[in-house]
Design a protein around this ligand. Structure first.
Ligand code: SAH
Length: 374
């Protein structure tokens, strides 16, 4: 049985996950097939790692053939794949419209974490971040987000599953909340990837209205807010969207999220040498967050080609941590993962798009993907 179509023809077909369960049910009904096959097809791709319709052995052969001439399994294609000795995989995907995104698989003890993107590019313009250097192109669809998860999971040996999701790749997740939540619902389904909301961390630049909306969904996601500075003037220099929000409104929304969900909020703080890593910054941060049920996640900057920012020295990192801990705050320093593969999130995509060959791997290149652990 040949189910494959010539590449050019196949490339124009809609992808199954993007069509969605309801879309596939409608297609089945229209073609006089029982709609229950839709769930079966989804389970084959999301749960059972099928990469072709021929793999779906419990579907009628005629249906498999018809599906193969009407749909593709994946709309995205892996165009770059880097693997580090610590088990980190970094993929660049080309989406069906030719745009590129990045996603990362992290392996640590019994954790298997997918770090996923939600947008092509980013509109937030944080001055140190590679993802937003060219602005935002578009939101990802729910199907494209699920494809990231499935393609990352497929890198694991048979029998292993993803245990955690961190939404810390490219883009601002709360600017694409509906598609993200739809994708996370598929991830959470027992017929899907089986990753419950408590194992999902959503990292946001801090959009107060959207944080409240997320809290009102009544899901148990973990929320991480990219604070990066203890005062509004400094934050606005680093995170330009802060002019529209300001720190007080972000903290109020964070408190609301905690009240509604009972889940402790994480504040991320990227340390940029000489800019926000000074002793006075640590003291101000301690004053700002004292008394909150919060975790501070310090992220030493991963250097980005062409940007003038630098990692903090070990001494200033230690002094910063000590100051916060003395004030009674809970502090974690984010570990570097996949350090011999390509750079901070957003950089590998830039290389692919600029057609610059990736720096010689597997030897040490630059700093690692950033959105990797909490
Ligand atoms: N838009 C979301 C997701 C961004 S990625 C947000 O702002 O939270 C997740 C985290 O990685 C953010 O805290 C982001 O500021 C940080 N980050 C981005 N580029 C980085 C870099 N080069 N080095 C260290 N952290 C970086």
């Amino acid at each position: 049985m040949t189910l494959a179509l010539p590449l050019t023809q196949e490339a124009k077909l809609p992808a199954i996950l993007d069509t969605g369960l309801d879309g596939l049910r409608a297609w089945l009904a229209e073609h006089n097939w029982p709609v229950l096959h839709a769930k079966q097809v989804f389970r084959w791709i999301v749960q059972k790692r099928a990469v072709s319709f021929a793999d779906m052995t419990d579907l009628p052969k005629a249906l498999r053939e018809r599906l193969a001439t009407s749909f593709r399994i994946f709309g995205s294609e892996i165009v770059e794949h880097q693997q580090a000795r610590d088990g980190t995989h970094k993929l660049v995907l080309r989406l069906s419209d030719g745009e590129h995104i990045e996603c990362v698989l992290l392996q640590e003890a019994d954790r298997r974490t997918a770090c996923i993107s939600t947008q092509v590019g980013c509109a937030m313009g944080c001055v140190f971040c590679a993802s937003g250097l060219n602005g935002v192109v578009r939101n990802l669809t729910a199907g494209e987000i699920v494809e990231e998860l499935v393609l990352l999971r497929n890198q694991l040996p048979p029998g292993e599953r993803l245990s955690h999701i961190v939404v810390m790749g490219m883009g601002e997740p709360l600017a694409n909340l509906d598609a993200l939540v739809a994708a996370l619902d598929v991830a959470g389904d027992k017929d899907g990837l089986g990753i419950g909301a408590r194992h999902v961390t959503i990292s946001t630049v801090g959009l107060p209205a959207k944080i409240r909306r997320l809290a009102d969904l009544g899901k148990q996601y973990h929320l991480a807010i990219s604070l990066h500075a203890p005062t509004d003037p400094l934050r606005t220099r680093i995170v330009p969207t802060n002019t529209k929000t300001g720190i007080p409104a972000i903290l109020e929304a964070a408190d609301y999220f905690f009240q509604k969900t009972g889940r402790q909020v994480t504040f991320e703080y990227v340390l940029l040498a000489g800019i926000n890593d000074r002793p006075g910054d640590a003291r101000e941060l301690a004053r700002l967050l004292r008394g909150r049920c919060a975790l501070i996640n310090l992220i030493p900057f991963n250097e980005v080609e062409g940007l003038p920012y630098r990692r903090p020295s070990d001494a200033s990192l230690r002094a910063f941590v000590d100051c916060l801990r003395r004030a009674g705050l809970i502090v974690k320093v984010r570990k570097r993962k996949g350090s011999e593969i390509d750079a901070a999130c957003g950089q590998l995509r830039r290389r692919v798009e600029q057609r610059v060959p990736p720096s010689a791997s597997p030897s040490e290149t630059s700093s690692p993907a950033h959105g990797l652990t909490r």
